[in-house]
Design a protein around this ligand. Structure first.
Ligand code: NAD
Length: 596
């Protein structure tokens, strides 16, 4: 793997701020395994953060150390989209409320005992209580609001007062692993779209999309993995450069003419190619329509869920938009919403012209609809179209990171899973492709969708690898909140549920409570991830394989309860695949016939 260059995040270390230089040295000495005793006295402020590597720890146990390293890894300049502002991905999705809170979380994790639990309220550490050794070391609640107050205006008011924080999904729950984290889900989506619409892969097909941010940046590589040609519109040249540097995108173009020429050649040659086009989607999509260009698949992954900190309005340069955002936020939102309407109108028109169009989980339809565009929901979301059959089996984005920092540890986990699941084509095909094509960002890590049963098996295998010394340090296991049983999001994961239960949010609450009871290492409950404030509630969990007998027990339990709630939620909604899976796996569901 090619190592990425660490950026200084706009802080000139040597000249301007000796404090930052000291902190950088501190983090470097930590990465060599030395104990940091002075971090809590460092004044708060932006500085490069990088998780320590190796086997020496600065906390009282590996469970606390894992949380510390994963929080820091979320903010690694290789990983986070805007680390100076503590923003990890997804518009303004943050890992900690402010730099003082970040420092206080680190200091508290370092002193946290094996029978204590740290509570984090929207990115700020607020309490430590005695619990017990098998309890989670950290419990996190981010951005939650009472339903009547759950709107962007109220959230932004509270955020400006420093009382809350937008945690997106894995940003505020310290298990973001860079663009790879969404890569397989994105690949599965495009591969499933190819099968559904063309009965084949995407070779010789043109996919139009937009947004090359933390998550959207996975799209070009996922499309080419599925054999297709991706045309990705992105308004920010810095994001394009980042995707080029990490090989998520193949080439860039500055004009529509150039992009279309490249796309046309690749489509005709049936050659996978991804093209980043510098431009605003609200300009480019209508322009393609005017030219009569109708791609095979059309979607979008700009940060449309956040019309202030995410989506960039058309009709102005990026610099002008950034200036308007702080000078006149209300006008910025008005113009962003107007652009989103134009953008969605073009998507609907492309659908009418013959393209297969789907929403990619950013609430772009919801924003356009609220602004008065009646036809905004003319196209469906990606979960009901392509992913729900997987969710019914408790299949979702299982992921892990090697705390040693050594890529060889991930190679060892890949090899162990290939040996454990030789007949699972989805797993073996994916792992081989990922090992070849994915550049690590921050700590070496892997995503691999596994279902109920498989996840517990993998967790126990990883614990054995740690115990036997076949990997050099513990393995952190977690997942996206975009999973089978952990989210209520009517415009995304729970859109068009069979029984109409799209907005029922008891399910992710039960998921978080159960994973806490089962002994996860840290558990989180968030509001607003993916689709924005007021639109979703969702839970995260992480469980750390440290090679001990205690963690073996907890891994077996948590990696069963977690996907088990996904099968339960879908069986309860009446999906035959989920009911069958529950029966086959012996999951005890008292009111589902044959599954108790
Ligand atoms: P991000 O904020 O890191 O990136 C968004 C990108 O869109 C930025 O690079 C930005 O410059 C670009 N952009 C904004 N407005 C634009 C416009 N008008 N034209 C062209 N480019 C524009 O966000 P992200 O982490 O990539 O997430 C993107 C969206 O996808 C969010 O709404 C997020 O909630 C959602 N999401 C979807 C999934 C999924 O699986 N489908 C998963 C996570 C997040």
């Amino acid at each position: 793997m090619k190592p990425l260059k660490a950026r200084t995040c706009g802080v000139k270390l040597e000249e301007e701020d000796p404090t930052h230089l000291r902190q950088a040295r501190l983090e470097q000495s930590e990465s060599r395994g030395h104990v940091n005793t002075t971090a809590s006295t460092t004044p708060a402020g932006p500085r490069p953060v990088r998780a320590p590597r190796g086997t020496e720890i600065s906390c009282k146990g590996w469970q606390q150390e894992a949380a510390l390293r994963m929080l820091m890894n979320n903010l690694d300049p290789e990983v986070a989209e805007a680390p100076d502002e503590l923003i990890v991905y997804g518009g303004a999705g943050k890992a900690a409320r402010d730099w003082a809170s970040f420092d206080a979380i680190c200091a508290t994790l370092r002193r946290l005992k094996d029978d204590e639990t740290l509570l984090v309220q929207s990115g700020k550490p607020v309490g430590v209580f005695e619990t017990h050794e098998m309890a989670p070391r950290v419990l996190i609640a981010n951005a939650n609001l009472v339903p009547d107050w759950a709107n962007w205006d109220e959230f932004r008011r509270l955020d400006a007062l420093g009382l809350t924080m937008y945690g997106q999904m894995t940003a505020g729950s310290w298990i973001y692993i860079g663009t790879q984290g969404i890569l397989q889900g994105t690949y599965q989506t495009f591969a499933a779209a190819g099968q559904k619409h063309y009965g084949a892969d995407l070779s010789g097909r043109l996919v139009l999309t937009a947004g090359l941010g933390g998550m959207g940046g996975a799209q070009p590589l996922a499309v080419t993995m599925a054999g297709g040609v991706a045309l990705c519109v992105e308004v920010d040249p810095v994001r394009i450069r980042r995707r080029l540097e990490t090989a998520y995108v193949d080439v860039s173009a500055e004009t529509v003419d150039e992009a279309l020429r490249l796309a046309d050649e690749a489509v005709k040659a049936k050659k996978p190619l991804s093209i980043a086009l510098l431009g605003n989607a609200a300009d480019v999509y209508p322009e393609l329509l005017r030219r009569g260009v109708v791609p095979d698949l059309v979607t979008d992954q700009t940060s449309a869920h956040d019309t202030l900190s995410g989506y960039v309005p058309n009709g102005m340069s990026l610099d002008e938009a950034v200036a308007l955002r702080s000078a006149d936020p209300a006008e910025y939102v008005r113009r962003a919403v107007a652009s989103i309407v134009v953008h969605v109108e073009a998507m609907v028109a492309l659908q009418k012209a013959g393209a297969n169009v789907f929403d990619y989980g950013n609430n772009i339809r919801g924003v356009a609809k609220e602004a008065g565009y009646a036809d905004a929901f003319a196209f469906e979301g990606f979960v009901p179209l392509y992913l729900r059959p997987l969710f019914c089996r408790g299949n979702g984005p299982f992921r892990w990171a090697a705390l040693s920092g050594d890529p060889a540890d991930i190679a060892a986990t890949d090899a162990a899973l290939l040996e454990a699941f030789p007949d699972n084509e989805m797993v073996t095909r994916w792992l081989k492709m990922a090992a070849e094509k994915v550049h690590f960002q921050g700590l070496p890590c892997r995503i691999c969708w596994l279902e109920y049963g498989e996840r517990a098996k993998a967790g126990l295998i990883f614990n054995d690898l740690v115990r036997s010394g076949k990997v050099k340090a513990p393995i952190v296991i977690g997942r996206d909140h975009l999973d089978s049983g952990s989210v209520a999001s009517p415009y995304r994961e729970t859109e068009s549920m069979r029984d109409g239960s799209d907005a029922i949010a008891d399910w992710p609450i039960l998921n978080a409570l159960l994973n806490t009871a089962a002994g996860a290492s840290w558990v989180s409950f968030h509001h607003g991830g993916g689709v924005g404030i007021g639109k979703s509630l969702h839970a995260g969990m992480v469980v750390v394989a440290d090679g001990t007998d205690m963690m073996e027990e907890r891994l077996r339990r948590v990696l069963t309860t977690d996907p088990g709630t996904g099968v339960m939620r879908h069986a309860d909604a009446g999906y035959p695949v989920a009911i069958e899976k529950a029966r086959e796996a012996g999951i005890d569901l008292p009111m589902v016939e044959g599954a108790s």
